[in-house]
Every structure is written in C-alpha cells, then in structure tokens.
Design a protein around this ligand. Structure first.
Ligand code: CO
Length: 464
C-alpha cells in the first residue's frame, strides 16, 4: 500500500480548451467521452465558468445551462467543478448580491458540486456573498488565492490569506497561478506553510507557459499538496496545464497513489487527439499558444500581458518604446498598491504604463477603470495607495471604505423585466444578466424564428 496520495482535477473541458482553442469546443465534442472520464478516477472535472458560458452563447449557439445538465447526466460519480470570480460572477464587473446568490443556487441545482471562487485583488469582502450562497445551497466551497509576485506578495502574506479563507468558510484552498509565474521553490515553501497553517485540502493550479510547470507541481506535491490541475495530453502544455497522463505516470513512479486508471486516460487522450487536430486544421488552435515564454519569469509579468503590450505599441508604430513600458509596469504597480497582475488588473496596469510612457508625463492620461480602482470600486488594494498618487488620479474625491457591492441595489427583477420577451426560466434571466447582448441574441434565435442576428464568428483572445 502506498501512503503518499495525490488527486487530479481534469481541466480539458474548461481551462484546457479555453487556453488553447479560445473555448470553442461544442458540447457534441464533449458528450461521447464523458462516461469514460467518469471512470478514470479524477478528483473532479472542471467543466464550467470562465469563458465557457460566454463562448457557448456567442459562438456555439448553445445554452450553457443545457451543456451543464447534459454533462451531469453522464457524469454520475466524479465531481463537477466550476470557476467563479466572486462578486463579478463570470465577468469583470460587480453584481448585486441577489444576482450572485441566484446564479450560485442555479449552478448547483443544474449539477455543479465544487465552486472555485476567487477575487482578482484577494479582497475577501468580495467573496463573502458567494461563500455564503455556496454553503447555503450545499456545494463544496473552494476559495482560490490569485497568485502573483511582488515585494508584498510573500509566503507570509499568502499564508495569512489562506488562514483568513479557512475562517471565512473555505472547504478547500487553491493556489491559483493563472499567469504561470509560480516557481518550484516558491511552490514548495508556500504549500509547506499553508499546509502547516490550515487544515483543509490544498490544490495547486498553474499553466505551462513559462516552461517550469511540471517542476512546480512536483515540488508542490512533495510539500504536501492534495490536488493538482492537469489537462489530458491533446489539450495540454503551452498556455494550458501540464499533461494528465505524464504527471500521473511520473508521480506514480515516485510512489504516489494517483487514484487514476492509466488505460482510461489513454482512451480519453485517443478520443481528444482528432478533436485537437480538427481545431488545428481550422486555424483555431494556433502554434503560438505552445511557445515557451520564460520572459514571464524574467519580468514577473504574465505572458499574455507582454504580448498585449507589444501588439498595442506595434499598432501605433511605437514598438521601440517596449522596454520603457516594461520598466514602467512595476512602477505603476507600486503606485497602485501592488494589484495582482491578473485579468482585468493586468490590462489596466499595462494600459496605464503605456499611457505614462507615450504621453511623456506620468498620469497625464488616466483610463476610467484606473480611477474606479483608486476609488475602491474593485475592492481593497493589497497595500494602501499613497495620498499623493490618490490625489493625482481622483483629486479630492473620497475612496469608498466598505464592500463595493454594498453600493448596488438588487438587480434580478430588472433583468427579468428587460428580457421577459425571450426568457423562459431563471437560468435564461441569469444568462442575460451575465452576457446581455449574447444572451439576448441566443434567446431571440431560440424563441423567434425570424430573429435575424446570426451566430458570431470572430476570434478573440481570452485569459484566465
Ligand atoms: Co487557469
């Protein structure tokens, strides 16, 4: 009998396909393999949240709730997991508490077992309503740390955060490294410290972008992590997660019980390989997503943010300013109290750095999102913003002290009224609340055969 144990969460149906093919996998590609996936021994299947919802409505002409129910019908033993941005739900703006609670209730009723909830700023006040609702409706509440690097984001800082998450009601904790900047030695220290300070299971989530993810997982597992997130090989590597079978074989060889059936994994991989090839042939799976980007580790800036900045500058004929902007990024970040470089904060910090450099004067031009951030509308900065910077950005306007969502009145009735023409259920109203235009078009096509807005067919880049 082996004493060492490690469990796996399979991401192919959410993060894996979101990272490599912009979440374009239709439900028809998913259903035939679910019974096999259910028998493979996974801890959980990540199936919903993030861009899956938006993409279903916008590009696939599918009802995301129907997808969830079809998956649930076929997956009888394995837990189904979703990702939730706390008070932002699946987007980037705060919703009223009634929308958050109803969305969580319906997600659980339609089949979700585990909700991984996080806030981009790690402001736990933005998670209070979600955590309460997840527990009220009986799902497993996993709270995720938005992992980032900065001089304030130390092992001690994250360990205290993990303790506060446990106090808030977390049934498990995840170190969520969406940018792939977690190094093996920090993973070892962080997992060791959090395991010593808390008593709930600990999961680690990283991306293979910078080329070190398998080492990071190995050190995390050695330090006592309970669960890791991986993607079956055809949808692994690059901007996705390390490959499930490869990690399983390696860890099994090191004496860990992975609880996985390697033959089933191989069947699952054989099933998804031609699907990957189809997306390659269609040009949706692009070679670029498999590029290794160690620059992320040099600059401590996520790969997606580096490429966004470079393309913005190139468009304006200012590619020569790239180094100057890269040097401005950490300064802006310090001014703003070290926000984690995750969506949408990474884009906001990047844009401000770019404006500071190209206008020739710092904070001469300031995007509205940065003003709202300094006003406190996104939540609390990890460290307080100095009086001087605050005055430069919002003058003598007051900053809000409380929980941002306290300022938002209930919204469900209003949303229901706006979409009453097409909505047939609370789920339909929630689709509309989250993605108004996409949901209206989807529901319109469903309910009215003369509704003439076609399914969109443009490509966008998404991260998470
Ligand atoms: Co991810």
């Amino acid at each position: 009998m082996t004493e060492k144990s490690i469990r796996f969460t399979e991401t192919v149906l959410r993060d894996g396909q979101q990272s490599l093919i912009a979440t374009r996998m239709p439900t028809s590609d998913i259903l035939p393999i679910l019974e096999t996936m259910d028998q493979a021994g996974y801890h959980a299947l990540e199936v919903w949240g993030g861009a899956t919802f938006d993409s279903s409505l916008r590009y696939l002409n599918e009802d995301p709730w129907e997808r969830l129910r079809s998956i649930r019908k076929r997956v009888k033993n394995t837990k189904l997991q979703m990702l939730l941005r706390g008070q932002n739900l699946l987007g980037y703006k705060n919703y009223a508490d009634d929308v958050v609670e109803t969305f969580i209730q319906k997600s659980i009723e339609n089949g979700i077992d585990i909700i991984r909830v996080f806030d981009a700023l790690n402001d736990l006040r933005n998670l209070e309503t979600s955590v309460k609702a997840i527990k009220k409706y009986g799902a497993h509440c996993q709270i995720a740390i938005s992992y980032t690097t900065s001089k304030v984001h130390t092992v001690e800082y994250f360990t205290q955060l993990a303790k506060d998450m446990e106090t808030l009601g977390a049934d498990s904790i995840c170190i969520k490294d969406m940018a792939g900047v977690l190094t093996p030695e920090t993973a070892f220290e962080l997992v060791t410290a959090i395991k010593a300070a808390t008593s709930v299971p600990l999961e680690v989530h990283t991306h293979a972008t910078s080329g070190i993810s398998e080492m990071t997982y190995l050190k995390a597992v050695e330090a006592g992590a309970d669960i890791i997130d991986t993607a079956i090989s055809p949808f692994s590597g690059g901007t996705s997660q390390p490959a499930t079978e490869s990690m399983a074989i390696a860890l099994q060889g090191l004496g860990y019980d992975t609880h996985l059936d390697l033959e089933k994994l191989s069947e699952i991989a054989d099933y998804f390989a031609p699907i990957r090839d189809k997306f390659r042939a269609e040009g949706i799976y692009q070679a670029k997503v498999q590029d290794t980007e160690p620059k992320t580790l040099f600059y401590q800036v996520p790969g997606g943010m580096l490429s966004n900045l470079l393309s913005q500058l190139t468009e304006q004929g200012l590619a020569s300013k790239y180094d100057a902007v890269l040097q401005e990024v950490p300064k802006v970040r310090e001014d703003l109290g070290y926000p984690p470089l995750v969506t949408p904060l990474s884009q906001m910090v990047g844009t401000q750095a770019l404006m500071n450099v190209i206008s020739g004067e710092r904070y001469k031009m300031i995007p509205n999102e940065i003003k709202d951030y300094v006003r406190g509308l996104y939540g609390k900065a990890p460290v307080p913003i100095s009086k001087e910077i605050k005055e430069k950005i919002i003058g003598d306007e007051p900053q809000i002290e409380g929980r941002p969502a306290d300022l938002i009145a209930p919204q469900m009735d209003e949303f229901a009224k706006e979409i009453s023409q097409y909505a047939k259920s609370t789920e339909d109203v929630l689709s509309y609340a989250l993605f108004p235009q996409q949901a209206k078009d989807f529901l319109g096509r469903r309910e009215d055969k003369f509704y003439d807005v076609p399914v969109q067919n443009v490509s966008v880049s998404l991260d998470m």
